[in-house]
Design a protein around this ligand. Sequence first.
Ligand code: FEO
Length: 394
Amino acid sequence: MSVKILDNIFWVGAVDWNVRNFHGFTYSTHRGTTYNSYLIIDEKIALIDSVYAPFSKELIDKIKVVVDPSKIDYIVANHVESDHSGAISEVLKFAPNAKVLGTARCKDGLQKHYFGNWNFQVVKTGDEVSLGSRTLKFFEAPMLHWPDSMFTYIEKDALLLSNDAFGQHLASSGRFDDEVDEDILMEEASKYYANILWPLSAFVTRKIEEVQKLGIKIKMIAPSHGIIWRGNPMKIVEAYLKWASGAAKKRILVVYDSMWGSTEKMARAMAEGIISGGVETAIFRLPVSDRGDIIKELLDSKGILIGSSTINNGVLPTVAPFLDELLGLKPRNKIAAAFGSYGWGGGAIKTIEENLVKAGMNIVSPALTINWVPTYDELQKCYEFGKEMAKKVQ
Ligand code: FEO
């Protein structure tokens, strides 16, 4: 079913209730997602983005309810990635005269994905295309989150079609922010930011400030995933500015894995120390936790303790992927420390600390390491270690 979002503007996207992994299993989508495509009916007809290819027929059927697809004049490709461009080839079969609009990088990317001889018009920041009563205005948004990314803006409705930015992986029966649970919505929006946009925070801040300086009004933000922000669209813009700044709660995560339980005992004693210092904590044992969820929790936490038993002079193989993920995300303004047990030689804490430094995190305490099984006194040391960490986020 297509959904009218404004006069003569319709959501014609698809809800993917069952997808549980995105970006090649790098992002867990516990609540599914949507691929949002928007149809604008005017003297000229424009489709803004498409959907993931398996949903092509759904898209075409939804368009047909509103208008004959052969009448589409423009397909705006705000972004190359397959979840938004996957159905363009199919739409073009029904709309052979449609012109595809996108950035120069988008043109190159689409050609390399679909090898189509499409009628393509390159657009850049400030370019406008009149549909009649409405005009599409384009803003390049490189690295939000790919180099080709672009926003489309319609002044008449103060509508920003922001593609991936401000999206969430959230399948729902409602299409708008005021039709879904607000806490779930913001949880998914923060997970999306943490896992996709976090390393690009400088670009996020710069782009938002640039748009703010232009003084353009925004009454509605229609991203390409999840719900449309219409109640208070500035809520998500302000949240992005906060996340990009590195601001977070007084909370310290304890993330670890343990071979025979010694590092686990350390983790639990450290968490007790953090709590006794009046600071919130959460413990995640890596093999039984979702990495994407931990990353989301880290976005809103001031600190993290990472622990591992030593194996082969390094960290457990279950800890290494999390360290790799931190290297890519480069979390800003986080304090961190390492811990772990060892039998002989050691090495886990060295590996953790090296990775924390490379990830740009602020190591605020020398690592704590314990030989074999921690004694009562050694667990007391872990407790004090957690308590000291708590002081550093006050
Ligand atoms: Fe960058 Fe939703 O694709």
